[in-house]
Design a protein around this ligand. Structure first.
Ligand SMILES: [Zn+2]
Length: 124
């Protein structure tokens, strides 16, 4: 079992919002000191906050969270959810098109956006 499962279960158990990027093996979560979005190395559990310059690992997180629980409502950008929402909006717009040309242009745009996202996902 990878160490990242231990980290992820900490976030789950404490109901802290996070996003796990399995391609980059990083976890995005709210910094325990300033609650700004921070990135953690999922393998080493080490993180550095670009906002307040605090550093730590899972143990630091557990300790700080005990004294001053991380807000559970801090929003974390989730690219997978964003992509679903973008495609949902595209489909909604496609349904609204009465003109065949604009419908095919919109469909092309939707496919190009998704191709671009896949290109960046695979270029890790
Ligand atoms: Zn911070």
């Amino acid at each position: 079992m990878g160490k990242h499962y231990v980290v992820l279960s900490f976030f789950k158990a404490n109901k802290i919002n996070y996003y796990f990027d399995s391609n980059r093996m990083t976890i995005v979560f709210p910094c325990p000191y300033c609650w700004e979005q921070t990135k953690m190395n999922a393998i080493t559990s080490e993180w550095t906050c670009n906002n307040c310059n605090q550093i730590g690992n899972l143990l630091t997180l557990i300790q700080v969270n005990k004294e001053d629980p991380i807000k559970t409502k801090v929003a974390v950008y989730n690219p997978k959810k964003e992509r679903l929402q973008i495609n949902y909006l595209f489909d909604k717009m496609l349904d609204l098109q009465n003109n065949t040309n604009s419908k095919s242009t919109l469909l092309k745009l939707k496919n190009k956006v998704n191709d671009l996202i896949e290109y960046y996902e695979n270029s890790v």
